[in-house]
Design a protein around this ligand. Structure first.
Ligand code: NAD
Length: 341
């Protein structure tokens, strides 16, 4: 039985999750339900929503599902209104739905793919975040926004140019919102998963040869993909630890990254960061790269601010990325082990 059932940290709260019928979103829906929340799962795929409702029937009316195209502003706003009408409130929104771009480099990019990608991966996040912030401000009790970005939102070589641009923009939007509303009790975070076993590649037809060759370069150190369950566990852990820190403190705003798991003793360098000292000797290690608190002074960049520490309290800061991203990581990133279990 999952730990969260003994400790329903989200009891009485309501979460809206887009892309909730598959992969990462589905796992977050399940995880939040287990943790006591009411959930509205929104997705374009009606069939998958019906299957979700059936699969999670044990949660009864605590799970509502709705067909939404997140690229449609009115539909996204209607989704939030529906959650509030159905459950009386909304406390958490997870802007998670997203699609890929066939790994197209710029010379192969056509306008239609670019525009569709931006609408689904970026505009949707803006619509959901804006609606949530307006609602949270009006309600006056704060709230939580989680945007699913990607490792492609932190480094350039893991997707096509549109996907990469959209995810960098999601990270930027998240940081801006976090900064602008840090004094209102609104927490805004992005998760940046590495390669994860979901259905996102299913619709990818005719990936670019150049894009595929480039995007898979440098994966040798990554011994396996992550799973949606690992990511949803990390999201719940983040919610728990942030909530614990709320007592009389400014709220943490961080961009967090799941890089997946590196088997102990596997040959080659770790995927995109080195293990912290305390993590060595474990059979397997999970990593979170956390961008520093958007509100912390620059002098804190070598030492994570107290608010960003994990419950285990481990905190270290070293360059998290190689090559082109070294500059970014030195300035902005903290590496620490994620205590997600
Ligand atoms: P997935 O395909 O399993 O799930 C995505 C869900 O979003 C699907 O149910 C799909 O129907 C839905 N969706 C797509 N377009 C939509 C639209 N216009 N309106 C509403 N719903 C829509 O993929 P996933 O991997 O779970 O993707 C979730 C998020 O994670 C995406 O934002 C993706 O970019 C991000 N991500 C995935 C990976 C990975 O390796 N899988 C890595 C980094 C980031």
């Amino acid at each position: 039985m999952p730990e969260s059932r003994h400790n329903p940290v989200l009891a009485g709260q309501t979460a809206v999750i887009t892309g909730g019928a598959s992969g990462i979103g589905k796992s977050i829906v399940q995880r939040f339900l287990e943790a006591g929340a009411n959930c509205l799962a929104a997705d374009l795929n009606e069939e998958a929503l019906a299957a979700l409702k059936q699969e999670l029937a044990e949660y009864g009316e605590r799970l509502d599902v709705v067909k939404v195209d997140v690229s449609d502003r009115d539909a996204v706003e209607g989704m939030v209104d529906r959650a509030v009408q159905t459950f009386g409130q909304m406390d958490i929104i997870v802007n998670n739905a997203g699609i890929m771009d066939n790994l197209l480099p710029i010379a192969e990019m056509d306008d239609d793919v670019w525009e569709r990608l931006m609408k689904v991966n970026l505009n949707s996040v803006m619509y959901g975040t804006r609606k949530a912030v307006r609602y949270f401000l009006e309600r006056g009790q704060g709230g939580v926004i989680i945007n699913t970005a990607s490792l492609s939102g932190l480094c350039a070589g893991r997707g096509g140019c549109a996907y990469t641009a959209s995810k960098f923009a999601v990270v930027g939007l998240t940081k801006n919102v976090a900064f602008m509303y840090a004094d209102t009790g609104i927490r805004c975070n992005a998760i940046c998963p590495g390669n994860t076993q979901t259905n996102i590649g299913v619709g990818m037809r005719q990936p670019s040869e150049r894009g595929m060759a480039k995007a898979t370069t440098g994966y040798a150190g990554a011994t396996r993909s992550g799973t949606p369950e690992e990511i949803s566990a990390m999201v719940l852990q983040k919610l728990k630890t942030d909530a614990e820190k709320q007592v009389g403190q400014p709220i943490t705003q961080a961009v967090i990254t799941v890089l997946g798991e590196r088997e102990h003793g596997a040959p080659g360098p770790p995927p995109l960061g080195a293990p912290g000292r305390a993590a060595r000797g474990r059979k397997s290690e999970k990593f979170v790269v956390s961008h520093r608190d958007a509100t912390a002074p620059l002098s804190h960049t070598r030492h994570p601010p107290a608010q960003t520490r994990t419950r285990a309290g481990e905190a270290g800061c070293k360059p998290a990325f190689d090559g082109e991203d070294r500059r970014i990581s030195r300035q902005n990133c903290h590496e620490r082990r994620a205590d997600t279990e």
